[in-house]
Design a protein around this ligand. Structure first.
Ligand code: ZN
Length: 137
């Protein structure tokens, strides 16, 4: 919905905040879509997650946030696996944004592969502790 805080949003309102360039890739203006889907940092992380999930040769548009979530909600024939894949994608979006915020506000760089590892850990914790058991049956 474009509501992720980015450098472009205040610039559109007339606030001068300096560079609009993405902190992760330094290749494009940092708008909400770029932070979560277009950035090469996100592409690398997404490739690692797809590899972990055994997703190869995905024909669907998974480069947009809506396309990614639509793909997860219609993937395969098992509803439980669809829910877990959706959960993995939500974790990916959350941790990619967190990595961006760490870079911008704490000057802390995290590699896309480390983000992918953190996604795996977070999904494990979410499933183990927060998912009601009847939802996984
Ligand atoms: Zn970028």
């Amino acid at each position: 919905m474009g509501r992720i805080p980015s450098t472009v949003a205040p610039h559109k309102r007339g606030v001068n905040i300096g560079s609009l360039t993405c902190a992760q890739c330094n290749r494009a203006d940092e708008c909400a879509d770029h932070i979560l889907s277009d950035c090469s940092y996100v592409t690398t992380t997404r490739e690692w997650i797809f590899r972990w999930c055994g997703l190869q040769n995905v024909a669907a548009d998974t480069k947009s946030i809506r396309g990614l979530l639509d793909f997860a909600s219609s993937w395969g024939s098992c509803p439980k696996k669809r829910k877990v894949l959706t959960l993995i994608f939500y974790a990916m979006l959350w941790l990619v944004l967190k990595a961006r915020n760490d870079k911008v506000f704490n000057h802390k760089s995290i590699s896309p592969t480390l983000v992918a590892d953190n996604i795996k850990s977070l999904v494990f914790v979410w499933v183990k502790h927060r998912w009601r058991k009847k939802e996984l049956k």
